[in-house]
Design a binder for this molecule. Structure first.
Ligand SMILES: [Zn+2]
Length: 440
């Protein structure tokens, strides 16, 4: 019936066949459309030969797929409770002793450049949604002059560098907040906010003091509060008694209640407290922290002793029900010119807050990355670097020692206080340490 044309290599059909073909081209799609609609909406009628073939194919698909599909279908997205997570990272004191500030001076660019100091830890800080530091150095302005201990004042460039490194929250309630006087303190807040970072601890007005810093990330609202034990004997100005937030259990309870009333899913409290150079918390520190957790804090982040103090999981039965939270009593120095193994060792505390559906927030994991603030001298020039402690030469034992110190209460939580209990070992970056290797 079909002849092959020599020139084109295509088939040509005789006229009669072409007529039937055209007729079929019109009728077949219409018939298939009717059949398809029938299958969609009818489905119960006698299957035609074609629909029988479709059914066979479906059966084969189901049979084949039983090898791959679980017997019970996972719940669809509509049924699964939504899980939201926020990662909080926190470091200790940013203390610009004069040698640190001087080392940041870049003679070529005629400006202060602190960025290289933080470059080694920048990749770690990038993991945080909320990345906090205790800004212990006022940034009052160049006209105040730059000073180290005992009345600190640092260049505004330190804020740029901290932001560059990944920090987005600087807490300013600490004993050096008033080093440059009340206006110096107000300026510090202004300079931090001008660079787009969040801050709390110093308040320029009564309204600011009443306000709660609330950070919304990943659908979770986290309130950040900050308080200090004092301001090195420099009194708060009589006309601005609110200028630096002071540790006061009643006031802190009010703030936590306000934060929750404003919809805070989680409450993080920075406390500047404890005894300098003592690597264990005092009974006073503990009582204060337990009170805060009972009142609704989820995380308490301590600083001031200039050395690391341990992490503790706190679980308390309160009249309002069971309350749980985590504390690190002291994060030590993040950067400073203090010398000695314990004073140069700091760390990045990491907590993942998680909220599933309508449940309240829980701390899903805790981790700690020890850091080392080193002084580097090359070609007669001094500079500083904050590095992960494990990158320090011959530091393997030191990392182990630091982690065991920091996590010692987690392991022995039950022995510290009957109301406490350990809820598993934190094994993140610290995975290779003895704590995790020997853990359950
Ligand atoms: Zn301090």
């Amino acid at each position: 019936m079909k002849r092959r044309t020599e020139h084109t290599g295509r088939f040509r059909c005789p006229p009669g066949v072409r007529f039937i073909a055209r007729w079929l081209m019109f009728v077949l799609p219409v018939a298939m459309a009717i059949l398809y609609v029938g299958l969609l909406f009818g489905g119960r009628g006698e299957p035609s030969a074609t629909s029988g073939a479709v059914d066979d194919r479906n059966v084969m698909t189901v049979e084949a797929s039983t090898h791959h599909r679980p017997a019970i279908e996972p719940p669809n997205d509509f049924d699964a409770p939504e899980v939201r997570r926020v990662t909080v990272l926190a470091v200790g004191d940013v203390l610009l002793h004069l040698p640190v500030t001087q080392a940041a001076w870049d003679p070529k660019e005629s400006r202060y450049r602190f960025e290289p100091f933080f470059e080694p830890v920048r990749p770690i800080l990038k993991d945080g949604d909320i990345v906090m530091a205790n800004m212990e150095t006022p940034v009052a302005g160049a006209s105040y002059g730059y000073h180290g201990y005992p009345r600190f004042n640092g260049p505004e460039a330190i804020i740029d560098a901290l932001k560059w490194a990944g920090f987005n929250v600087l807490t300013t309630a600490n004993n050096h907040a008033l080093d440059q006087g009340p206006d110096g303190a107000s300026n510090t807040r202004t300079h931090i906010e001008a660079r787009g970072l969040w801050t709390t601890g110093i308040a320029r007005s009564a309204e600011e003091a009443e306000d709660v810093l609330m950070i919304e990330k990943n659908g979770l609202k986290t309130a950040i509060l900050a308080y200090t034990y004092g301001t090195n004997g420099i009194p708060l100005p009589k006309d601005r008694p609110f200028l630096v937030k002071q540790i006061d259990p009643e006031a802190m309870r009010r703030d936590i209640t306000l934060a929750r009333a404003r919809g805070a899913d989680a409450v993080v409290v920075s406390l500047h407290f404890g005894t300098e150079y003592v690597d264990e918390p005092s009974a006073d520190q503990r009582n204060l922290v337990y009170g805060l957790i009972a009142d609704g804090a989820d995380l308490v982040i301590g600083s001031h002793p200039h050395v690391l103090q341990p992490i503790e999981h706190v679980a308390l039965d309160t009249p309002g029900g069971r309350r749980e939270g985590w504390v690190i009593y002291s994060l030590g120095n993040f950067i400073s010119d203090q010398r000695g193994t314990k004073r140069q060792t700091g760390g990045i505390f990491k907590a993942v807050l998680e909220k599933s559906g309508m449940n309240s927030v829980r701390v899903a994991s805790i981790d700690f990355i020890p850091t080392w603030a080193e002084l580097v001298t090359s070609a007669g020039r001094r500079t500083y670097r904050v590095i992960p402690l494990e990158e320090k030469d011959g530091a393997a034992d030191e990392v182990e020692r630091v982690l065991e110190h920091v996590f010692r209460y987690v392991e022995n939580a039950g022995a510290v206080m009957p109301a406490l209990r350990a809820i598993g070992r934190p094994c993140g970056v610290a995975e290779w340490s003895r704590l995790c290797r020997g853990g359950p």
